[in-house]
Design a protein around this ligand. Sequence first.
Ligand code: SF4
Length: 478
Amino acid sequence: MAKEVSPGVLALRKVVEDVYADARVAKKEGKLVGWSSSKFPCELAEAFGLNVMYPENQAAGIAANRDGEIMCKAAEDLGFDNDICGYTRISLAYAAGKRASRKVDLETGEYVINPNSGKPLKDENGKVVMGEDGKPVKDPKTMQPYTVLDDIHEIEALPDGREKDLRRAAIKPYRQMQMPQPDFVLCCNNICNCMTKWYENIARMCNVPLIMIDIPYNNTVEVHDTNVAYVRAQFDHAIKQLEELTGKKFDEKKFEEACANANRTASAWLRVCDYLQYKPAPYSGFDLFNHMADVVTARGRVQAAEAFEQLEKDLAEAVKTGKSTTPFPEKYRVMFEGIPCWPKLPNLFKPLKEHGVNVTAVVYAPAFGFVYNNMDEMVRAYYKAPNSVCIEQGVSWREGICKDNKVDGVLVHYNRSCKPWSGYMAEMQRRFTEDLGIPCAGFDGDQADPRNFNEAQYETRVQGLVEAMEANAENKEG
Ligand code: SF4
């Protein structure tokens, strides 16, 4: 039976689809399309009515569509080190024109099907049909063509004709693989310093202007007035650069509207995140991860605010009726620390489901809830990205979420891509256990490159965490 999808979720899906579709139309019409880091103040670009796309969100989508590895390898073949963040490698390969494509037979025009793909065929009783070789027969409807790497610059250099048409059409049709190339880039390094080099490289490769806002790591909990003044001056400079780029004057009214929308979206998003505090929770942190595309790509749009407000209503109803999207009874509640392994979401979910572990707290999602009342507060909000705050702030955020969301343990993703995030996790784990008396388990993985995830290790760590949570519960009862 198809999974029931609430009106809010449907509205959120449409918002992201529209962002991508609008950018494709804008590009065709010869309008400017930009690429932006996810925590660049989107309100500035919105004030100029610009179409902006988000490579981090795109890379997550490419990874979830299982094309992270081929794109990461493509970047490595261009000379980028395997140790660079997977989002960055995917994005740089894409900026260079590399695309994941379906293998096409240029003679017949047919796609070449990979015999290893597809799900087992089931008979009318739901039993797997076995072939003469003793192996399950594949359901032809679910089989996919081989994935190969292509290059849009090579394709565009071909003379018009059959090969050009076939190769263009073979590029995978999902939206993240169809994102228009950039005419300018917007970068803010409040996320990490890898961003700076990533966007400089895009700007160089695509020969487009880079607008940069430097928000340095803050080693105090407070954001001092001098820091605010430093960043506000950069906002003014970015506005001048955008005026030059677009040939338009800064529209104060549009800017205020974008700020109002962004605040409305962020507030609704935070309220949606808070629904994880219910016991049992009406949904899982994995659902939140799926909605992050909206806060990243569309928080300045009124449609995103409306969709989150609808989702909030859906969740209120779910709490009333005792419904949950989690397909198992909630026995344990954990915080998932870090970015998920997008190419391995089913593998992450499987052992959690087996042990009745629901993810009822995540750090990554509420980090996009920028709420402010004026320009100074806006600067302060953009200073508070997970990797740009000091460890005291980081611990206090997480421990607050753990308490509010009533977790029994913490599952930490040591994400090979995200070194700034993973680097201080060992100390965080120690503090969570000392301060909250809850067990923590870590596993090695990667947000985008599946080569760095080991399913057996992950399952063993989840098993260990469950045993420790069980022992903890018994001790408490005793
Ligand atoms: S914050 Fe982490 S995941 Fe994001 S770009 Fe930087 S290194 Fe990559």
